[in-house]
Ligand binder design. Structure first.
Ligand code: GAF
Length: 398
């Protein structure tokens, strides 16, 4: 799929080298360490990760690279090669939620969290380059957090254990970016493996790597970035999360994963709830079932069988959980009508990206249909690209 504006990801080595060179330009000397971390696409399991539920993401081939070196002047100096990302300099002792803000809040938050946990990091230079589309629901922030956690762990002499990197990133996201996210994105970015999806049980933290090689099955996993991002997303996310917690409280269970098991009959459970909590809980309960089914199909080698579950998951997010939006629905509808095996929104919702499973022979037709439908609807031209499951965060070889 080659169209103007489609991001072609660089290899791990290329993106790491770009970060090294950018670091030298910004800081005048080479970095002491470089990490890269991928974006992620969630195949199925949406808005389940803060309900003790199941998720099944895969890492994207698009990566963020962070290069770093220690400083002895007590400053943190942050540079990003992204357009509109102004450099930031401040004393490490001045880090707090809101200072700095914007893009720098993510790496600064990770630094502050590690310092709060006792890491000896008294001054740091960082440089960031990224191929992960930003604001597209593909976890560019988690990639930045986890790659930053990796380089800072190196500088502090800490063991960069993937779950520690993920947890540090999640805390930074909560406290410094102000987003009450679940655990999926940072764990996916840290722990995914190439050619696998990651089945994560957020209740007990169990990780299971499930082979996923769509190409070998004659299929392709596409991501369609709608390039739409509605401002209401953050408030609506927090509202959904609070609503699910309230529903669990009303049902007398620790989380909605437990509600699923109660009586084994979702309908009798749901009947006790006021609206709008009823459809929200229905989504979460049914979504966990879909994740189990998709995981089972992948394990038995039936990639095509996954398609209808993706499309059913989208209907549930649109109608029950109410986190889709017209622009996303247009893309999902066009992909399915043009013969995709299945399609759904991926990530938090209210814009962002759609994941599409398609016969490889139909990639061109489905991509064209998505572009035509977006054009007809007067919305931005989506960026459509293949998403071959890639590896999680790692230190870049010197
Ligand atoms: C966002 C959040 F960051 C995740 O934790 C998850 O809740 C997702 O939305 C919805 O599944 O990406």
């Amino acid at each position: 799929v080659t169209r103007p504006g489609v991001p072609a990801p660089r290899t791990v080595g290329e993106v790491a080298d770009a970060a090294r060179q950018f670091f030298v330009r910004c800081h005048g000397a080479p970095p002491s360490t470089v990490w890269t971390a991928p974006g992620r696409v969630n195949l199925i399991g949406e808005h389940t990760d803060y309900n003790g539920g199941l998720v099944l993401p895969a890492a994207l081939p698009h990566r963020t690279a962070v290069a770093a070196a220690p400083r002895d002047d007590g400053l943190v100096v942050l540079h990003s090669a992204a357009r509109d990302a102004a450099p930031v300099t401040l004393p490490v002792t001045a880090l707090r939620p809101g200072a700095p803000d914007g893009w720098a809040a993510y790496p600064a938050g990770v630094l502050a969290e590690l310092r709060a946990a006792g890491a000896e990091l008294d001054g740091v230079s960082l440089a960031v380059v990224s191929d992960v589309p930003a604001g597209a629901g593909l976890s560019s922030s988690a990639a930045l957090e986890v790659a930053t956690a990796g380089v800072l762990a190196d500088l502090a002499g800490l063991e960069p254990e993937p779950r520690m990197l993920a947890e540090t990133g999640r805390l930074a996201e909560h406290r410094y970016a102000g987003v009450p996210c679940g655990v999926m994105d940072q764990l996916a970015v840290s722990c995914c493996r190439a050619d696998h999806a990651l089945l994560l049980d957020t209740r007990d933290g169990t990780l299971d790597h499930i082979p996923l090689d769509p190409g070998a099955a004659g299929t392709t996993l596409l991501v369609a970035d709608t390039r739409v991002s509605h401002r209401l997303a953050d408030g609506a996310y927090a509202e959904r999360r609070a609503g699910c917690e309230e529903a669990a409280r009303l049902l007398g269970v620790a989380d909605l994963r437990e509600a699923e098991a109660r009586d084994g009959a979702p309908d009798s459970v749901l009947a006790e709830l006021p609206s709008p909590l009823r459809p929200w809980v229905r989504h979460v309960v049914n979504e966990n079932t879909r994740v189990r089914r998709v995981a089972h199909l992948l394990r038995s080698g039936d990639v095509r069988g996954v398609g209808p579950l993706l499309t059913a998951g989208h209907a549930s997010l649109r109608d029950d959980f109410a986190v889709s939006c017209p622009e996303v629905d247009v893309v999902v509808g066009a992909a399915v009508a043009a013969g995709a095996l299945g399609a759904r929104m991926t990530g938090g919702g209210f814009g962002g990206s759609v994941v599409v499973l398609v016969e490889t022979a139909a990639v061109g037709a489905v991509t064209d249909a998505v572009h035509r439908a977006a054009h007809r609807a007067g919305q931005p031209e989506p960026r459509v690209f293949p998403a071959t499951p890639a590896a999680g965060a790692a230190r870049a070889p010197a």
